[in-house]
Design a protein around this ligand. Structure first.
Ligand SMILES: [Fe+2]
Ligand SMILES: [Fe+2]
Length: 160
């Protein structure tokens, strides 16, 4: 852990680490549900929808890695139990449709999940603008937020 990194983030560094861990949990759940969507989606345009879910899932996993790295730099520890991932996530589920041929249902679930993620990252950024001054975490979160906005747009485009 970086002593200077902790000092830079100020007295609320542990609150920040918890926020980052919750977002980390969200990313793992998004990865899981998106890969599952890619696996189970059926029907005429299955290929294009599955490909999109799979590609975005990989980006969510990368977000989890970026968050984990920052948590470590701040002297925190990432969540180690899957039960904890589920319990501490902000966006606890991606509501995949019952019918595997309901491709629109998959895309709507993706959009809803991205909107939840966007809300979470906007809230973290707001904190980083006001009472937790940490330009490095700000940069990491801003970059992730930008990709979540692109994900929402990607799903919306496919939904038409
Ligand atoms: Fe993400
Ligand atoms: Fe996303």
């Amino acid at each position: 852990m970086g002593e200077m990194a902790r000092k830079m983030a100020g007295p609320k560094v542990d609150e920040l680490i918890e926020d980052l861990n919750r977002a980390y949990a969200d990313e793992w759940l998004a990865f899981f549900y998106y890969k599952t969507a890619a696996e189970i989606a059926e029907g005429l345009n299955r290929e294009i929808v599955a490909e999109k879910f799979s590609k975005i899932a990989d980006e969510e996993l990368h977000h989890a890695e970026e968050l984990a790295e920052r948590i470590g730099q701040l002297g925190g520890e990432v969540i180690k139990e899957f039960d904890d991932i589920k319990a501490r996530a902000n966006c606890k589920t991606v509501k995949l449709p019952e019918d595997p041929k309901d491709l629109e249902g998959f895309l709507r679930a993706g959009i809803e999940a991205e909107q939840c993620a966007i809300k979470v990252y906007v809230e973290i950024l707001e904190k980083l603008k006001s009472d937790i001054k940490d330009p490095i975490t700000f940069h990491v979160i801003r970059h992730i937020l930008q990709e979540e906005v692109e994900h929402e747009d990607d799903f919306e485009t496919l939904l038409g």
